[in-house]
Design a protein around this ligand. Structure first.
Ligand code: ATP
Ligand code: ATP
Ligand code: MG
Ligand code: MG
Lengths: 268, 268
């Protein structure tokens, strides 16, 4: 059965679309069939990234691996109850469709609390939450004591994931593997990095997520967006970007993340 | 008359709340009365930052300058037309209220296209748009050619600002000063930084915004959130953070931004 991965974090700019794209390409390069749904209906960063990839392939006559994307539109009904019913149907149709033909389905959630986002979280096998190394981002997971940096009560996004977890357990009798990873980690940050790290460790035990190795801030994670490429595509894409120590390190970060995700059907 | 500054960018995580907080504190420390409205109604990063500041003051018996904040709530009506009418009234009441008692009003817009966000943009004297040094962020301003990096047609957020500009010109016979600044700029990025910079320069002439000096990626811009402090508060806040070269540089970045903003009633 297809394994659904939702890349979610209500906080804007945590790196959801970046992680979604890199996981999609990594899985395809491991021989898997991948489905893609971009739930950021207006900005569609993930969808745009995939469209850039298709355009680059056509321009250069390349045959890079591409996921099966289903594009969802928002309901235009002015009555919210009817609009939500419409969106619920559209989402389940798209998901059933992709489940018939993909090993993995990558869903990029928006940086907002929308119905589509909740429907996705409640259908996830894995929720992966990238988070900036920052208490501004942490604030959506839990409160923190400003003097002791002890973790306080869970906050908005944690509550949302928990509600979706209960919903999934009730309807599908299955659990969600929630994995949190830091993203855009700076090389030049010691005290704040340690505090955020300790907060995440404390919180992981309290609200039930696993911690995965994260990604550093690296230009290679964002530089190739106009071409629709990732660092994993660089040997065959005809781009003029040369390999650097940062590329090698990024490749390792992506591999270490996949190892910790323990996705079904993958060997390490 | 009060000068309204909207910190806007539909793209998540560009640094809106960070810039809003730092501008608010800078203006108060220049002796101005500042009003604050956080339009990110759910996450309320700016509102939370201000609440942390109030708590820290109470805990330490400090009297740090604080803005007058008005908290707006979303309409709960299920009919979108009625809900929008309600929100339109709430917004204009809040703005009129603050205009009677503030020199500057700082409005932190959400990373999404909401009615409140559009109402704010259409009432702005200055719109300041922070943007990451990335074509993923750039994509919400305009398209870019992946081979020549020539700027293409304007995209979602540019169109939104333009619609609000027209609305303001029609209703208030006044213009909006739109200023774009880069944020979280990496020290270790040459080619991508140059390309994004050239794209912004090209776009600024085409769609009518001014470019302001931006902020580098610095831990000091985010580390003090739990205390509700900014680097400008550090001499009196009782925090144990020591001054570093980065603090001095950040202070200069904030000053250079204020100079370019050319806000009324400020001497350089
Ligand atoms: N590890 C990284 N190194 C360098 N830049 C990164 C990294 N991760 C993300 N970025 C950049 O940070 C910004 C935010 O990333 P991204 O758009 O993927 O986040 P998001 O969570 O999808 O945002 P939104 O909430 O708007 O959907 C983008 O400009 C992106 O290019
Ligand atoms: N110049 C900077 N240096 C270091 N960190 C920064 C800087 N600017 C912003 N950040 C961090 O980047 C993240 C995004 O910033 P912020 O929340 O201010 O953006 P935003 O545009 O308000 O996001 P949202 O779309 O969610 O409202 C936060 O973790 C913040 O602490
Ligand atoms: Mg995104
Ligand atoms: Mg914000």
């Amino acid at each position: 059965a297809a394994h659904v991965i939702v890349v979610g974090n209500e906080k804007g700019g945590a790196g959801k679309s970046t992680v979604a794209m890199h996981l999609a390409v990594a899985l395809m390069r491991m021989g898997k069939t991948v489905g893609a749904i971009d739930l950021d209906l207006r900005q569609r960063t993930f969808g745009r990234y995939l469209a850039n990839r298709t355009q680059w392939c056509e321009k250069r006559g390349l045959d890079l691996p591409r996921p099966h994307e289903i594009i969802l539109t928002p309901s235009t009904l002015r009555d919210l109850d009817l609009a939500e019913a419409e969106e619920t149907d559209r989402f389940s149709d798209a998901l059933s469709d992709l489940k018939t033909r993909c090993d993995f389905i990558l869903i990029d959630a928006p940086g907002a609390d929308t119905l589509y986002s909740r429907l996705a979280h409640a259908s996830a096998d894995t929720v992966i939450t990238p988070v900036n190394d920052s208490f501004i981002d942490f604030d959506l997971l839990a409160e923190i004591d400003p003097e002791t940096y002890q973790v306080g009560k869970p906050s908005l996004y944690s509550e949302m994931v928990w509600e979706c977890r209960k919903q999934k357990a009730a309807t599908q009798k299955r659990s969600i593997d929630w994995v949190v990873m830091r993203n855009r980690v700076s090389m030049l940050d010691a005290r704040n990095k340690r505090r955020v790290g300790e907060g995440l460790k404390m919180l992981s035990q309290r609200i039930g997520f696993r911690l995965a190795p994260g990604f550093a801030e690296r230009v290679i994670y964002r530089e190739l967006f106009p071409l629709g490429l990732t660092l994993l595509d660089l040997t065959e894409s005809g781009s003029t970007v040369t390999f650097t120590m940062s590329h090698v390190a990024a490749r390792q970060e992506l591999r270490d993340l996949l190892i910790v995700l323990k996705l079904p059907g993958l060997e390490g």
